[in-house]
Structures are given as structure tokens and as C-alpha cells.
Write a protein of this length. Structure first.
Length: 121
């Protein structure tokens, strides 16, 4: 084979690998909202972390990609307070009252916001 044919094949294979990586590993297909733990206790040490995670086509975290999200307490403002808020994460603590609160999570990438219900026991 001559040298120009080898160079052309290397370039074509490299471009195909880069396109595959972009569309399947780096591109964001969905946003997962992670709530850890699921339940909030009455004591002030108890906290819940709500995080938005961008997912690629394989369902794993999209490589080298971050997204932002807006968090809004829809109901139960008297039950919970925001301890810490970052671009894609919010940490919520209890104010010491039993009940249920809802937080609306609106990711920057995505069509619809999601409501997260927090039970305080």
C-alpha cells in the first residue's frame, strides 16, 4: 500500500472514533436526579443531598460534562431549609417539624422540571 492510502485510512478511522465518542460518551441524553438519602429525620444533623447528573447514551455519567439546575421549594418552606446550594447540587436540612415538602428541580438541559418529595419523620 502506498503511504497516502495509509494516512487516509488512519484519518478516517480517527474521525469515526471521535464521532462515536462525541455522540455516545460525551453527549448528554438525559438528566438523572439523585436524592440521597430518601428520608429526612427531625434532628438538625440530618440532611438530604439532591444532585443532577448528566447521562450519556449508555446511562452512565457523561464524560467531562456538567449541567446546572434551578432548585425551588414549592411546598413545606416551614419544614426545611437550604443549607448549601451549588450549580448542580442542593443540601437541605430539617427545621424540626414533621411533614412533607416538595422541591422543584429544573435542569438547564431537559424539557420538564421534576418534583422531589421529601418526607420528614
Amino acid at each position: 500500500m502506498n503511504q497516502t492510502l495509509i494516512i487516509a485510512l488512519v484519518i478516517i478511522v480517527t474521525v469515526k472514533i471521535l464521532i462515536f465518542a462525541w455522540f455516545y460518551l460525551f453527549n448528554i441524553y438525559e438528566v438523572k436526579i439523585s436524592v440521597n438519602p430518601k428520608l429526612l429525620n427531625l434532628n438538625s444533623d440530618s440532611q438530604i443531598e439532591i444532585k443532577t447528573i448528566p447521562l450519556n447514551s449508555f446511562g452512565t455519567k457523561a464524560l467531562l460534562r456538567n449541567i446546572s439546575a434551578k432548585f425551588k421549594i414549592v411546598s413545606g418552606e416551614d419544614l426545611i431549609k437550604i443549607k448549601q446550594q451549588k450549580e448542580n447540587t442542593i443540601v437541605v436540612t430539617s427545621k424540626g417539624k414533621v411533614g412533607s415538602a416538595e422541591i422543584l428541580v429544573t435542569p438547564s438541559i431537559g424539557m420538564f422540571p421534576s418534583k422531589i418529595e421529601i418526607n420528614i419523620e
